[in-house]
Design a protein around this ligand. Structure first.
Ligand code: CTP
Length: 400
């Protein structure tokens, strides 16, 4: 089988060095990558590096190998174009259709999915000119990944960092797998909860659960690759931030509720993948609870936590919003799932059978997605991202 052809466009920002890592990941996972840097990108990383890592010649302008008509051919043949980092200047050129070098020509001739991973200073990112260019590119079907927040060049911090290359790679992989040039969640805002809540007993102890957050993170990555604006409410996870996703860390069920309700007020869909503790200790000891040799331990009194899924299903923070829940069942999976769906009032319920193979923290999952309309969508045992794609398929159908 022929390797998928990827064009890696690199524009002139300090984050160009991170594109070397993206290039390696793409080539090592079986992609044929052609690097097309801009002239200014070569101030940061030289042509020799791009050429050696990609195994292809590297040029910035349209005047090399003219007999091969590279300014047309490279774009036409690509299965995916990813520009990382994309500077403010590159976004402006792409939005306005300028074509003064090989990369901008390639962007005009490509008919495949295009991903931009912008990186620049916060002021440049927030400038209305850049924001309008980003909106134009998104409207035309490009996936423009939101920059990460963090340390920028120099001493300042803010929004504008290039997301981690491993996470840009994940977006590329998913966009390439879908192969569509119209991201179906573009213009949509989705809120996902992930991980497991922890309910503190004292400053060092808590009641928690084994949820790793991997299913919720897979939902966030796939939604971002389908063009959505994504808010991920992450309860006690130890996973890298997905590219383009706004991650809000929380601890307890009460904090999770607050964060979900805040984000859900302007969301098109809410997916509750987090394992939320149904109960919390009635009291919190401000100091560490000490054992006393001559006394039995005090029993732990529990009180109920709010049921966030039921609450947002009943009082939708935004009209027309799609609400999705998750449930783990051991017996009578479908019947119990159907009862739970009705009790909670959500539109879709992803029901997992909890068994030997299907443990917390694994990379795979198997489920049936029940719809309030009576539908049943089985998802065979496979990667969590396949289940995530099915969830978004069902959500987009309901949003239309
Ligand atoms: N959920 C919630 N708030 C809670 C508890 C759960 O929003 N206090 C959400 C979870 O995020 C998940 C779904 O509800 O989407 C799970 O419902 P739950 O009734 O807790 O089901 P199970 O975990 O399967 O447990 P049980 O059958 O014991 O009720």
């Amino acid at each position: 089988m022929e390797k998928p052809k990827v064009v890696l466009g690199v524009s002139g920002g300090i984050a160009a060095y991170k594109a070397c890592e993206l290039l390696r990941r793409l080539t090592e996972s079986g992609h044929d990558v052609r690097v097309v840097p801009t002239e200014s990108a070569l101030h940061f990383v030289g042509a020799a590096t791009w050429s050696a890592l990609s195994g292809h010649p590297v040029s910035t302008e349209v005047w090399s190998d003219v007999h091969e008509v590279p300014h047309v051919r490279i774009g036409q043949q690509a299965d995916l174009v990813v520009v990382a980092p994309a500077t403010a200047d590159m976004l402006a050129k792409a939005a306005h259709g300028l074509a003064d070098d090989l990369l901008t020509n390639t962007l005009l001739t490509a008919r495949c999915p295009v991903v931009f991973a912008p990186a620049m200073h916060t002021e440049m990112w927030e400038h209305p000119a850049t924001q309008e260019n980003v909106a134009t590119l998104r409207r035309r079907g490009a996936v423009v990944i939101e920059p990460a927040v963090g340390r920028l060049t120099g001493v300042d911090t803010g929004k504008g960092r290039l997301p981690e290359p491993a996470e840009i790679f994940e977006i590329c992989r998913r966009v390439l797998a879908r192969g569509v040039t119209e991201p179906d969640l573009a213009g949509r805002h989705v809120v996902i909860s992930a991980g497991g809540t922890r309910e503190p007993l004292d400053p060092v102890r808590f009641l928690g659960n084994r949820s790793s957050g991997k299913q919720g993170y897979a939902l966030a990555r796939t939604a971002a690759a389908r063009g959505a604006r994504v808010t991920l409410i992450a309860a006690n996870t130890a996973l890298p931030d997905p590219a383009g996703v706004d991650v809000v860390p929380v601890g307890t069920a009460v904090q999770l509720r607050e964060a979900v309700l805040k984000a859900a007020s302007e969301a098109d869909a809410v997916v509750m993948a987090a394992a939320v503790a149904d109960f919390r200790p009635a009291t919190y000891a401000a100091g560490k609870i000490k054992k006393k040799d001559d006394q039995e331990p005090e029993p732990i009194v529990l009180i109920r936590n709010p049921d966030i899924l039921a609450e947002i299903s009943t009082d939708r923070p935004r009209p027309g919003q799609v609400v999705v829940g998750f449930a783990a069942e051991t017996d009578d999976v479908l019947a119990n799932g159907r009862t739970k769906l009705e009790r909670k009032g959500c539109d879709l319920l992803v029901v997992n059978e909890v068994g030997e193979r299907k443990t917390f923290g694994s990379e795979e999952n198997e489920a049936v997605v029940l719809g309030a309309d009576g539908s049943e969508t089985p998802v065979p045992y496979g990667p969590k991202e396949a289940l995530a794609e099915t969830v978004w398929d069902l959500v987009t159908r309901r949003l239309r």
